[in-house]
Design a protein around this ligand. Sequence first.
Ligand code: DGJ
Length: 379
Amino acid sequence: MKYKFATLFVLSCTLLLADLSLLRAQPYEQFHPGEQWLDDIGTHINAHGGGILYQDGTYYWFGEHKGENNRAEVGVRVYSSTDLYNWKNEGVALAVSDAPDSEIVSGAIIERPKVIYNEKTDTYVMWFHLELKGQGYSAARTGVAVSENVTGPYRYLRSYRPNAGDWPVRATTETKRKKYDADTLEWWTDPWREALVDGLFLRRDQKGGQMSRDMTLFVDDDGTAYHIHSAEENATLHISKLSDDFQSFTGRYNRILPGKFNEAPAIFKHVGKYYIIASGTTGWDPNPARLLVADSLFGEWQMTGNPAKGERADITFDSQSTFILNVQGKEDAYIYMGDRWEPENPITGTYVWLPIEFDENGQPFIQWHEEWDLSYFDE
Ligand code: DGJ
């Protein structure tokens, strides 16, 4: 009797788990947005706020290794795949340091790492959002590390607030000369908002360097690399041209949509236009995504509304953008990559990957798919 009960209990648990799709394992033949995603050793993929680099037939997924809290206690992890469904755990690409005076000491915050390959130096360059240990999110720096091997180990070089001493393109003499007034205006009031658009925090940070929080990287068709990040207290995205070796800033940058509070930028280029999917600024809670579009990276950007459509679009299907993946060998095939954060136990956070679709006006959008595969792009 006892055994019968135990068998029944195990059976019903198994059925329940199967129903919740928790028992899926490699080899995968589809994407299952928002579900647990196991790597080649049967562990849930630990690469949050990630980005993908494609190199010689293989995709490499870099992301934040998370534990029970959101501080970096391991570093940046990397996985590899040739089909985008099944990922091999390649270990830690950039390890945190145990030296107390290191900027990337265990306990610092390392978020949204992205890697690009520099042909001229035959080097892989990783940039990431860095917050110094014990300082919350106040440091707002970008950090850089390099490696001769794609999977690492990456050598940490430095971190800073970028573009110190430089003004953005199209900054007027008036913007540059206005009085420093960041401390005198009350936050969230109309005069404050106006001043914000007008360069309140831009001026405050001009000498010491602009704040750099949520970030991504983009390499354009001509091989020039750009760093895109939330600056000015998260009110404005900045896009900056990187140096030829991708390891530093050049001082040339553009302010994107001042005062619109965009974060989590993910960019792609399609038929000559640049698109950014971003989010609003609600911490770990999801909010409606935003689609930004421009004809040129250093031109004027427009905000066109929420690219997510259908049920739960108001919370972007419970996700926040991190990267847009260009699928190789297929035309116009882009994947929206988002994070479903679990701040109470970050290691359990899942990934929402959805195909980018185009409406009759050529406008990109995303909608929910319970499961899907790459043949979707052939239809
Ligand atoms: C939202 C950002 O997009 C995340 O990367 C992280 O910085 C959280 N905010 C922290 O609240």
